[in-house]
Design a protein around this ligand. Structure first.
Ligand SMILES: [Zn+2]
Ligand SMILES: [Zn+2]
Length: 347
């Protein structure tokens, strides 16, 4: 088994540090990827700190991975040595359940295999992208089009598809009125993608501090939710509201902004429940929904869409030794809008 360099959490409270991990040998259907860049997602921080449940240490996180194929197994047909590829939030699924057979393996009824902190098919714990190499079964590996700058492509694998999936599912297009709640890693991608789909895009952010960015990235309107007039003014306006905020918000106030048959979909995951008044749903026959990442098919579709429309995340590149500081800045919302680790600094 190849031993590779990595940056790992050794406990819930210690800073992450350099280490080595073992990757499995390349199997018949596996692809070995030399990782070039790995994005930092808020989920990484929740996971290593044990905030989403106990995990086994040491744990390497990272599920926004891009790199180059350096070896393929004997039965691999989808990728070849030298290809630019990506890996997102999952690396396998049961392939047998109703949802897997429907091509929605992110909703695998037996649980998809997460890229990190998940029990792999061989019983080992999966280790993520803060590492120089990864071995992944070929059909969970995506093609990264040449048109997307490599150092910016990584965040598309989680933040990109997590926002693309609900926008595509609810058929956003020209004439749609879309609101994006929150202008962070997910929110800024939702703005870019919804705009490229032809929607009229409104950002609903706590303050106007990122207004200039929002308008530059494709929003048509920008409102501060700290201003109560915002909610009066925008009543009955939107077809789709994408909530990217992972903190408790007054969900009923946001539901009131939906027009007939409108949907509020949460992609952010606040730890506490959001109380919904059923009366908020009666008016305008509104729906309150959730959406989790996206399928492999949808992830490829998103990458091709971003290449075609010249979309890439706004990123800040950091070295491995900056990861702990980057975590503090993510928690302080002090990043515009996604950190990407230059994995060559782990070599
Ligand atoms: Zn993520
Ligand atoms: Zn399944």
């Amino acid at each position: 088994m190849p031993t590779v360099n990595a940056f790992a959490a050794t406990s819930a409270s210690e800073p992450l540090s350099r280490t080595t991990i073992e990757r499995r040998d390349v199997g018949a259907k596996d692809v070995l990827i030399e990782i070039a860049y790995s994005g930092i997602c808020h989920s990484d921080i929740h996971t290593v700190r044990g905030e989403w449940g106990d995990i086994t240490y040491p744990q390497v996180v990272g599920h926004e991975i891009v790199g180059t194929v350096t070896e393929v197994g004997s039965e691999v047909t989808l990728h070849k040595v030298g290809d630019r590829v990506g890996v997102g939030c999952m690396v396998n699924s049961c392939r047998e359940c109703e949802n897997c057979l429907a091509g929605e393996e992110q909703y695998c009824l037996n649980g998809n295999t997460g890229t990190y902190a998940s029990v792999d098919r061989d019983g080992s714990i999966t280790q993520g992208g803060y590492s120089t190499h990864i071995v992944v079964v070929e059909d969970f590996v995506l093609r990264v089009p040449e048109a997307i700058p490599f150092e910016k492509a990584a965040p598309l694998l989680c933040a990109g598809v997590t926002t693309y999936s609900p926008l595509a599912h609810w058929k956003v297009g020209p004439g749609s009125r879309v609101a994006v709640v929150g202008m962070g890693g997910l929110g800024h991608m939702a703005v870019k993608i919804a705009h490229a789909m032809g929607a009229e895009v409104t950002v609903l952010s706590q303050s106007l501090s990122k207004q200039e960015d929002g308008l530059r990235l494709g929003a048509d309107h920008y409102y501060a939710t700290s201003d109560p007039e915002t909610f009066d003014k925008l009543k009955n306006t939107f077809d789709l509201i994408v909530n990217s905020v992972s903190a408790k918000i007054d969900i009923n106030a946001y539901l009131s902004l939906l027009r007939l048959d409108g949907t509020l979909v949460s992609v952010g995951a606040p730890p506490e429940p959001l109380p919904v008044q059923v009366f908020s749903l009666f008016g305008n026959r509104r729906s309150f929904a959730g959406s989790g990442i996206g399928s492999i098919r949808e992830t490829q579709e998103m990458l091709d869409f971003c290449a075609e429309h010249d979309i890439a995340p706004e990123t800040e590149l950091v070295g491995a030794d900056d990861i702990n500081e980057a975590y503090e800045r993510v928690l302080a919302s002090d990043v515009r809008y996604r950190f990407v680790i230059d994995v060559s600094t782990l070599a």
